[in-house]
Design a protein around this ligand. Structure first.
Ligand code: ZN
Ligand code: ZN
Length: 326
């Protein structure tokens, strides 16, 4: 069976992210916490608190990512036509003709598509409670995964922000130094600043300045070959430190934007998706548990019962798709 490019992306992207997360865990706890704060700066209390707090952040971050990446998604709908309408006891999704909704995409071949079931075009199956296919974790995400997914989205910017806080002043000073070296170095002026490609091939003007800073870091390292090995990666300008924080900041901005977006607050798994829900059977009104007393003219109160239409839920007992947590 041919491997699609999406399957390659689903393998490569999570592998890159998980490698970075483990590297960032080492960098934060040891390079910043133990080597920089405790050994170099001798701030024992701050260093100890930093290491303990960051450990508490990395545990849910790593476990939520591994959960979404490695635990198989919710099972797809089993193959088979829709059940007889007579067997259904709740309102259910139909097409314009009143027939039960089915899916004919990819390999679904007319499979029944109950409410809140959506077709994943990457996995080519219909999944109950499907929300979206996430390439960053290489898997389908459904209703059962939403809490873990939101935890990952919110905890990433918090971890990056608090984790890099103790080295921010030092890092800002080093970036300034690297930038000024890049502005005065003859080789960088001739081969980077004067090269038109620096405006185009590295992400536009923003990438041009990032590239200059990276070259500045490289030049600083070249000009100081005999420096004794420092205790931490923070003491001297180190390209690894700059790239670690830069990549983490991009991830933090990305997850923050996703976390704030309305789609994630109201995942598709909670709604009917694009297909309207049309009752093929009569709704059975449910009595609302709230009753509101109303005063009549003679001062006595009569009870007004409020009836609401029950929320559209799954169908017959025999055909309820399993959307329990994986
Ligand atoms: Zn389908
Ligand atoms: Zn999928």
């Amino acid at each position: 069976m041919a491997i699609s490019r999406y399957q390659v992306v689903d393998c490569v992207l999570p592998a890159i992210i998980v490698s970075y997360i483990f590297w960032a865990c080492y960098f934060s706890l040891l390079e910043i916490g133990v080597f920089w704060l405790i050994r170099v700066q001798q701030k024992y209390l701050l260093g100890g608190c930093y290491v303990a707090f960051m450990t508490l952040l990395f545990i849910p971050l790593i476990s939520s990512f591994l959960y979404l990446w490695l635990v198989p998604p919710v099972m797809p709908m089993p193959p088979g036509p829709p059940p007889p309408k007579d067997s259904l006891v709740e309102p259910h999704e139909t097409n314009e003709n009143g027939d039960l909704a089915i899916c004919n995409r990819d390999h679904c071949n007319g499979n029944w598509k109950p409410p809140r079931t959506h077709h994943c075009s990457i996995c080519k199956v219909c999944r109950p409670g499907f929300d979206h296919h996430c390439h960053w974790v290489g898997s389908c995400l459904s209703l059962a995964d939403m809490n873990v997914f939101l935890c990952l989205l919110w905890i990433t910017p918090v971890t990056v922000g608090l984790g890099s806080l103790p080295i921010m002043p030092t890092l800002a000073h080093q970036v300034k130094e690297a930038y000024s070296v890049a502005q005065s170095d003859e080789w960088i002026i001739a081969n980077w600043w004067s090269w038109f490609g620096s405006w185009i091939f590295f992400g536009g003007p923003f990438g041009r300045y990032i590239g200059a800073v990276i070259l500045g870091y490289h030049t600083i390292a070249r000009q100081r070959p005999d420096i004794p090995k420092p205790l931490s990666m923070i003491e001297e300008p180190h390209l690894g430190t700059f790239l670690t924080i830069a990549f983490g900041s991009l991830l933090a901005l990305f997850t923050l934007a996703l976390g704030l977006s309305s789609d994630v607050h109201r995942p598709r798994a909670f709604t009917a998706g694009g297909s309207p829900l049309r009752p093929a059977m009569a709704y059975e009104p449910q009595e609302h548990n709230a009753t509101a007393p109303e005063s009549s003219e003679d001062g006595s109160t009569t009870e007004v019962r409020i009836f609401v239409i029950s929320e559209v839920v799954m169908v017959s007992d025999s055909a309820v798709p399993d959307i329990s947590p994986k």
